[in-house]
Design a protein around this ligand. Structure first.
Ligand code: B12
Length: 211
């Protein structure tokens, strides 16, 4: 059934994909598994785009399908998940030059339903804005998202600017997104790399004290 969802998404069959996702939920499928299938579909779409078989409209359509499926899943997660992060503040942003926000939005959603107070700064966020927001919002954790190769430098620039502003000692920085890995974490000088939204929750929970 998950494979059917992947096929529908890769086949750009919007209505079919949404209806399969709804059916899976009705049958009691774990919402996070549905996200997993969506991710696999996006992976295929991305590869086809790379090979020149898909173009921007397909990238946009796949993004739109995932956004709609997230909207359906959201209320169920709110009911399901026990709050763990009371009192924790997290800032999340997609870094400068990058406008991919679907992965970031899932991270925001998962932190939110887990009880964290999340400030979402949006996309293409310059380091200066992140520094200013840290001063105002006073988070314990900052999460930087990016899907493009150019995001690596934006992440490094952001971490450096946080350091230069004298704020680095008070906060933990996690990074994530499509191309991000442990190597990029070292390059950017972040504290941790998270492969998915659950990892973002786990890291925040560990850092803020697991309340
Ligand atoms: C959808 C999509 C788009 C949509 C984005 C819509 C949107 N609102 O986000 C649109 C059409 C706008 C788009 C545009 C472009 N895209 Co695009 N896009 C994708 C695609 C297919 C999927 C990305 C996605 O949303 N995945 C779904 C989510 C759920 O992914 P996920 O990784 O599972 O997310 C989890 C983790 O990453 C993690 N996570 C995410 N953020 C964070 C943060 C923290 C702190 C933590 C801990 C974890 C974490 O948690 C998430 C949830 O579990 C990818 C291919 C791919 N497979 O990644 C290409 C891809 C990222 N795009 C690519 C490109 C080239 C572009 C464009 C430059 C194309 C163009 N010529 O204009 C533009 C860039 C514009 C810009 N300046 O940013 C390339 C990047 C190549 C590179 N090396 O830089 C990719 C890899 C496609 C490819 N294979 O070529 N794109």
């Amino acid at each position: 059934m998950s494979q059917e969802l992947i096929d529908a998404m890769v086949g750009m069959k919007e209505e079919e994909a949404i209806s399969i996702a709804k059916d899976l939920l009705d049958k009691g499928e774990d919402p996070l598994k549905i996200f997993g299938a969506c991710r696999d579909a996006m992976e295929v779409v991305g590869k086809r785009f790379e090979k020149g078989e898909f173009f921007l409209p397909e990238l946009m359509m796949s993004g739109e399908m995932l956004r709609q499926i997230s909207e359906i899943i959201k209320p169920l997660l709110k009911e399901d998940i026990q709050s763990v992060g009371d009192g924790g503040k997290v800032i999340i942003a997609t870094v400068k030059g990058d406008i991919h926000d679907i992965g970031k939005d899932i991270v925001v959603l998962m932190l939110d339903v887990n009880g964290f107070d999340v400030l979402d700064l949006g996309i293409d966020v310059p380091p200066e804005k992140i520094v200013e927001s840290i001063k105002d919002f006073k988070p314990q954790v900052v999460g930087l998202s990016g899907f493009l190769t150019l995001a690596f430098d934006s992440m490094k620039e952001t971490v450096d600017m946080i350091e230069d502003a004298g704020l680095r000692g008070n906060i933990k920085i996690m990074i994530g997104g499509g191309q991000i890995d442990e190597e990029i974490r070292k390059y950017a000088g972040a504290d941790a790399y998270g492969k998915d939204a659950m990892e973002a929750v786990r890291l925040s929970k560990d850092w803020i004290g697991g309340n």
